[in-house]
Design a protein around this ligand. Structure first.
Ligand code: ADP
Ligand code: F6P
Length: 324
């Protein structure tokens, strides 16, 4: 009897990210191309436990590559953090004939995939998060779209900030990571960027920078603040009181997670989704797909989760030099 994998599942978990649909589409169509039946699990691990499982055909993913969000919905699931939950999840896979599962999400979702693997289900992780905070990979699906959305919003804020000669603090997402903030800092030409990974610029220093920039003739002062630092409103009040420069804080929030994915996101999502199916068809399990040094590769989940990622020192230096 052939031991070829016959049925796989795909789910999205954690925060949604633009390009997740392109990844789902790639899993479905690459699977079907290999004669594999593909099932969609709705609402992440929650849906797995509740049996929210649907059959997916090539047509189910028509007209989705350009859509933001995830057609499979997503969720965070506390029950899946327990051994009972993980056993129930594996049983649900077996009940539905699912021999292999592609999990599109972040580090937390990969931890869940590892637990399912320990319960006998083949699992492959695909990195999907706007935060770019997965250490084993140079790219995570959703980052490019999110950073472009944030950049465009900050450009708009710059128009009004310059017109009123104000200081503007713009808080961007990223959880504990500063990638969106750093990229916006450079792309928007911000005067200051506050990042959770590095020693923060003190409030005194920020105030000094604003005063000096005014003397140099700058008409606005843009501060990109990472969510991991937060407290933007509080900071705005302090700056205004200390400098006399009108200061406004804007928290961009969830708009950064939505919208039609860029070509970069559609490409990586398509390639990574297809790569994940290749791994499952090849009998591999407990792996994470990654994009490293210009190539698609894969790592053992635990090895991937134990890796550390730091902000690029050259980018940090350039950000500082160009803000003057
Ligand atoms: P992300 O995948 O974006 O990092 P979360 O950290 O919120 O998002 O994780 C998504 C889901 O993955 C959690 O709600 C939970 O169901 C599952 N998960 C996270 N950590 C674990 C763990 N240690 N064991 C089992 N499941 C986990
Ligand atoms: O991980 C993606 C992300 O958008 C983070 O940048 C942010 O910290 C978090 O999710 C917000 O989560 P929620 O949608 O549950 O508010």
């Amino acid at each position: 009897m052939s031991n070829k994998i016959k049925t796989i599942g795909v789910l999205t978990s954690g925060g949604d990210a633009p390009g997740m649909n392109a990844a789902i589409r790639a899993v479905v169509r690459a699977g079907i191309d290999k004669g594999i039946i593909v099932k969609g699990i709705q609402k992440g691990y929650n849906g797995l436990l509740n049996g929210d499982i649907i059959d997916l055909t090539s047509r189910s993913v028509s007209d989705t590559i350009q859509r933001g969000g995830t057609i499979l919905y997503t969720a965070r699931c506390k029950e899946f953090m327990t051994l009972e939950g993980q056993q129930k999840g594996a049983d649900m896979c077996r009940k539905n004939g699912i021999e292999g599962l592609v999990v599109i999400g972040g580090d937390g979702s990969f931890m869940g995939a590892k637990k399912l693997y320990e319960q006998g289900i083949n699992t492959i992780g695909v990195p999907g998060t706007i935060d770019l905070d997965i250490a084993c990979t140079d790219y995570t699906i959703g980052f490019d779209t999110a950073v472009n959305t944030a950049m465009e919003a900050i450009d708009k804020i710059r128009d009004t900030s310059t017109s009123h000669e104000r200081c503007s603090i713009i808080e961007v997402m990223g959880r504990n990571a500063g990638y969106i903030a750093l990229w916006c800092g450079i792309s928007n030409g911000a005067e200051d960027v506050l990042l959770p990974e590095i020693d923060n610029i003190s409030e005194e220093q920020l105030i000094q920078n604003i005063i000096e920039n005014r003397k140099k003739g700058k008409k606005h002062h843009l501060i990109v603040n990472a969510e991991g630092i937060g407290k933007s409103e509080e900071l705005a009040k302090k700056i205004e009181a200390a400098t006399g420069v009108e200061t406004r804080a804007t928290i961009l929030g969830h708009m950064q997670r939505g919208g039609s994915p860029t070509a970069v996101d559609r490409m990586h999502a398509s390639m990574m989704g297809a790569y994940a199916v290749d791994l499952l068809a090849d009998g591999q399990s407990n792996r994470v797909v990654a994009y490293k040094d210009g190539k698609y590769v894969d790592f053992d989940i635990m090895e991937a989760l134990s890796m550390k990622k730091t902000l690029d020192q050259f980018q940090l230096n350039v950000c500082k030099i160009l803000s003057k």
